[in-house]
Ligand binder design. Structure first.
Ligand code: 0O2
Ligand code: 0O2
Length: 202
């Protein structure tokens, strides 16, 4: 398979989405409003991870583009939990892609302790062969959720998905602590934002 050719439109989508989301953040800043976006990252799933996921989920190679939703992935990281829902509403009102599915792992956290809001979209991208609609995943989470997920992801990688029980229990506790941190920060949100506005003016 010519992976570079297959993945080229996905890489285009990741770059376009990053530009658009960064544009939203810049507009909030120009209008001196609190930006619900702290930062954006994005990636095309590495071929090795695509193959591993395909094998685990029994997805045949000719079905990958239809059945694997996160070959193109962007992540929006926010300061506060409400910011996540502000972004979700803004994304719902956009006309440049279609939302296919939404998964609220904040209201319904995963057994691992994972929390995040996921959106699966169909994004039309222009290629040299014409327009192609590709699936992409947008993950929206707070800095605390991101901190937890990044560490848990590393441990999963290290232990090949079989994290020992004692570490799993610690991760559950850490997830609980991250949740509490988000709750506490929400309570002093206006204070924090006021401080950040003063800081920006200087
Ligand atoms: P800025 O000032 O945030 O716009 P690129 O295409 O170069 O913009 P790239 O190379 O894909 O982005 O970088 P990556 O690794 O996806 O990271 C995207 C942005 O997220 C980078 O900023 C990182 O500095 C920023 N980032 C990553 N982790 C954190 C974090 O924990 N906290 C904060 N505040 N930012 C983080 P940009 O886009 O280069 O610059
Ligand atoms: P990567 O690139 O390694 O992050 P489903 O078929 O809906 O049950 P699917 O398609 O995997 O499952 O979707 P889901 O569960 O919404 O999750 C997709 C992505 O969310 C994962 O991608 C992770 O990035 C993130 N994620 C989901 N659960 C967890 C978790 O327990 N811990 C962490 N750290 N991340 C999680 P991949 O495939 O792992 O790819």
């Amino acid at each position: 398979m010519n992976w570079e050719a297959i993945l080229a439109p996905y890489s285009q989508v990741v770059e376009e989405l990053k530009v658009k989301l960064k544009g939203m953040r810049a507009q909030f800043e120009y209008e001196a409003m609190h930006s619900p976006i702290e930062f954006i990252t994005g990636r095309v799933k590495p071929v090795k991870s695509i193959l591993e996921k395909a094998e685990k989920r029994h997805i045949s190679l000719d079905r990958i583009e239809d059945d694997m939703q996160d070959i193109a992935g962007v992540r929006v990281v926010c300061q506060f939990v409400d910011d996540i829902y502000t972004i979700v509403d803004m994304l719902r009102s956009r006309k440049d892609f279609t939302i296919m599915e939404e998964k609220d792992y904040i209201a319904n956290k995963k057994d691992s302790g994972y929390r995040s809001y996921h959106m699966i979209i169909e994004y039309p991208v222009e290629t040299i062969h014409g327009m192609k609609v590709v699936l992409a995943e947008i993950q929206i989470r707070t800095l605390a959720m991101n901190f937890w997920a990044t560490n848990e992801h590393s441990l999963n990688y290290k232990y090949k998905g079989r994290i020992p029980g004692d570490i799993k229990a610690r991760l559950q506790k850490a997830a609980e602590a991250a949740f509490k941190l988000d709750e506490e920060m929400s309570k002093i949100k206006t204070e924090v934002q006021e401080a950040q506005r003063i800081f920006r003016r200087k």
